[in-house]
Design a binder for this molecule. Sequence first.
Ligand SMILES: [Zn+2]
Length: 349
Amino acid sequence: MLSNKGGFKLFDIMGFRVSADWSWLFIAVLLSWSLASGYFPAVLGSGDGGFFLGLGIVSAMLLFFSVVLHEVGHSYVARQNGIRILGIRLFIFGGVAQMDREPRSPMVELKVALAGPAVSAALALGFFLISEILATGAFAAVTLFVARANLAMVLFNMIPGFPMDGGRVLRAYLWQRRKSYYDATKTATTAGRYVAYGFMGLGALMMLSGAFGNGLWLVFIGMFLNHAARSNQQYAEYRRWYDPVDGWHSKEMEPIDGRMSVQYFEEVVLPNSALTEFAVVRNGRAIGVVAADSVQRVPWFMRGLVRVADIAQPRRATSADFSRDPFNVSSRIQYKIYDRFGRLVDVKG
Ligand SMILES: [Zn+2]
């Protein structure tokens, strides 16, 4: 989603590299300035402009550190589940944990998605308690702001539109229910696009009714979310074709020994199986596929002599509708073969 170019490294935390996009500097300055000129004078009354600016910068830094910790939450749980984290990136609309791949199961997706908001909720509570119990004056104003910002982060992120965390929770739920990563992603990203259109519409209304700056900001967020949802939708479409686990080329196949005779296959295996396609395995590797009806291609008097390995078809995607392949990856389609217990037998490329 975001390139690694055009940014700078900030620090490492728990083994994760945190870097910032140049666009982040803009929002860091804007936020510090608007806190110094709006929030702090309103809360604390009249005071020194330099002091307010200092408070603004401290608050903005605490908020950005909260964003980093939110992403650390996602990253930590992802790493626990075998997903490699390329880094945490701050950019104009917040932060993102860059993972080298999507979670492979709904449960992992759910845990990774909830980890970030959980951290933000804990930070909101912590800062709120500090502002209520320990802090006074400027310190209380700063911590209250950070508490509210973290709470807002939880609420915003839990909106069920992909790629927001709530959208990932939605996808995990649908994925679990429908057993299809592709279908789940399609629905969750469509929801994400509706949410994005909602932001854009609301932003436009705000711009017309006088809140020009905030409205424009919401329009930009909507545009960004729409773009992200759409590219995720395309990625899922791509995966549907490329990744056999979920696409049409995923098919339940029972592995059979290639040394088996066609006669044995016809008389013993076929009557005892509900499947119509079998993965022919030789020396532990799937060498092709044999369909139930391919027995007919062998004359009956030869069936005791010919082995299934001899009639196995290297599986090709000849029946696929390539016009729907958006990334033209059909030439390198892989498929995975699972046995009836769901164990991966082989991957053919
Ligand atoms: Zn998040």
